[in-house]
Design a protein around this ligand. Structure first.
Ligand SMILES: C[S@@+](CC[C@H](N)C(=O)[O-])C[C@H]1O[C@@H](n2cnc3c(N)ncnc32)[C@H](O)[C@@H]1O
Length: 330
């Protein structure tokens, strides 16, 4: 089964994150506000180590940075800057960590958890992991930064990419290949088809090289020349890391058209919040299986269950269920 495309957290990307001064300043403010003198801090997904260094400067007693990749990078930066004391790095998958992995095995007072990827299909699991880390590794009443992740949904007409057009072009390839090679290459076409919508979720290529500072990462959005918004932004889910337990995404999202148009899919807005203020806002996109004509005032309900999680494709909820769908398939 194809999976949602994770972001390759290479040194290149960490450099781009550091150069994103807007995001850097937001997280610097949030971490500095959250640290109290003497705190034991866990920096989950430390990357370049930036948040660990900020926590240390803000007065943390000890900081442990954990990442499954490139921990040598954070270590070298720490050594380079004479920050060895009170700071350590562990290369591990966060999911595998127990309190006994740490010395001393004592609960953390502050959990820094910037492990989200601008993809709701991956980040639902990342939020579940943040709850698990909080409950497994932190002291009672520990603070988590970001404090919450909020998702909103906006119906739109996306013009720079269309699922149906790409599928139609893909269908053509089998005939072209048969003509050229006398062989049936349908399996490769099918494999490409399966992951199609999953690969078209993000507005920008995460590995695009942009070195001139400042790059903007605190607000990654689709260019408005490529999308026409047809509904307001509807609340979909908020994962509040102060809540007693993790609840996943709801099984459906409800939208109300504010203008007439051809609704091709949904833009998800993901906000990492600290004290209610967005630190990092990103958009991603899920296409409808088939576009729908809407007029102002139309209401529709889209299923956000297993099919959406597996394919990134949305369908209107079958008729007969509560919440009438007044839209018209095109
Ligand atoms: C968005 S980057 C954040 C880097 C840094 N904390 C910052 O804010 O600049 C997310 C980091 O989390 C790491 N990460 C994600 N999931 C992880 C896991 N399950 N175990 C360990 N590291 C993980 C990635 O390798 C990546 O370096």
């Amino acid at each position: 089964m194809p999976e949602p495309v994770d972001i390759p957290f290479t040194p290149d990307l960490h450099l781009r994150l550091l150069l994103s001064l807007d995001r850097g300043q937001n997280v610097q403010r949030a971490v500095t506000e959250a640290v109290r003198p003497g705190m034991r801090v866990l920096d989950a997904g430390t990357g370049s180590g930036l948040l660990s260094f900020i926590a240390l400067a803000a007065g943390a007693a000890t900081v442990v940075g954990v990442d499954r990749h490139h921990v040598d990078l954070a270590r070298s930066i720490a050594e380079h800057n004479g920050l060895g004391d009170r700071l350590s790095f562990i290369e591990a998958d966060l999911a595998d960590l127990e309190l006994s992995s740490f010395d001393p095995p004592k609960g953390f007072d502050l959990l820094l958890a910037f492990i989200h990827t601008n993809n709701p299909l991956i980040d639902e699991g990342r939020s579940r992991l943040v709850f698990e880390l909080r409950d497994r590794l932190c002291a009672d009443g520990a603070t988590v930064v970001p404090g919450a992740v909020r998702y909103r949904a906006t119906g739109c007409d996306r013009r720079d990419w269309d699922l149906h057009t790409e599928l139609t072009d893909l269908d053509e390839t089998t005939g072209v290949l048969r003509g050229a090679y006398g062989l049936d290459f349908q399996p490769v076409t099918d494999a490409v088809r399966q992951g199609l919508a999953l690969r078209r979720m993000r507005p920008v290529d995460a590995v695009a090289h942009t070195w001139r500072s400042p790059t903007t990462m605190a607000a990654i959005r689709f260019p408005r020349t490529d999308v026409r918004l047809l509904t307001g932004a509807h609340d979909f889910a908020t994962f509040d890391y102060g809540a007693p337990a993790f609840t996943g995404f709801p099984p459906q999202v409800r939208l109300r058209a504010t203008v007439a148009g051809r609704l091709t899919g949904v833009i998800w807005t993901q906000e990492l919040l600290h004290a209610g203020v967005p630190l990092w806002t990103t958009e991603s996109y899920s296409p409808l299986a088939a576009p729908i004509a809407v007029t102002a005032g139309d209401e529709l309900t889209l299923a956000t269950g297993d099919e959406w999680r597996a394919t990134n494709i949305l369908r209107t909820r079958p008729s007969g269920e509560a919440g009438e769908d007044h839209s018209h398939p095109m």
